[in-house]
Design a protein around this ligand. Structure first.
Ligand SMILES: [Zn+2]
Length: 204
């Protein structure tokens, strides 16, 4: 049973495309497992579309249509290609990089212009990450297994948002590997000398 969901404002930002792609992917992964948030996302998308339709028409230059068509003909899209949709089933074929005993990371999206990145992290049962804070938002969706960070317990499907105010020590619960999809903006802030030593290895 899913107990932790993204905030409504996050669903709206995801639907509107105003949040970093890495964080949107984590919300989409949660929505794929959570019918409540899936319908929330659809409602937010529909509301955004309705808002656009309700805008009063703006006056246009007489040649606007011709110029728009000419631009379409000119081919070659100027914007960067959209990030590939996340195919969770295909993730098993990616490459895990072991970064500490019992902990492995698979990079999915490299750091982008918003300084955000998307990774999978796999933690063996009972293993803990080093206590850390954050210098920017972090979004996590549990894909399998469960972890506890001393503040709450998060099981498969659960979503967790962290910000600079949160310090925690996530530990995988006994039983099976805990695999999480995790988006981070900026960097983690480890508290121990060991963490500061390890952080460059993680790249996080
Ligand atoms: Zn939800």
């Amino acid at each position: 049973m899913i107990n932790h969901h993204p905030a409504e404002a996050s669903l709206i930002a995801c639907a509107a495309g105003t949040m970093p792609v890495a964080h949107a992917r984590v919300i989409e992964a949660h929505a794929a497992l959570c019918p409540v948030c899936a319908s929330g996302l659809r409602a937010a998308e529909a509301a955004g579309g309705a808002l656009l339709e309700a805008l009063p028409p703006a006056p246009m230059a007489p040649d606007a249509l011709a110029r728009a068509l000419a631009r379409l003909d000119a081919a070659a899209p100027e914007s960067a290609p959209a990030a590939p949709a996340l195919d969770l089933a295909a993730l098993a074929s990616g490459r895990w990089r072991r970064v500490a005993p019992g902990i492995a990371i698979m990079k999915l999206l490299a750091r982008d212009a918003t300084d955000s990145r998307l990774d999978l992290i796999r933690v063996a049962p009972g293993r803990a990450l080093l206590t850390h804070g954050h210098t920017g938002p972090e979004s996590t969706c549990v894909l399998s297994g469960a972890f506890s960070d001393g503040i709450g317990t998060f099981a498969t499907g659960d979503f967790m948002a962290a910000d600079a105010a949160l310090d925690h020590t996530p530990r995988a619960l006994p039983g099976e590997d805990c695999i999480c999809l995790i988006a981070t903006t900026h960097h983690l802030r480890p508290h121990s000398w060991l963490g500061r030593l390890v952080r460059p290895l993680l790249g996080m």
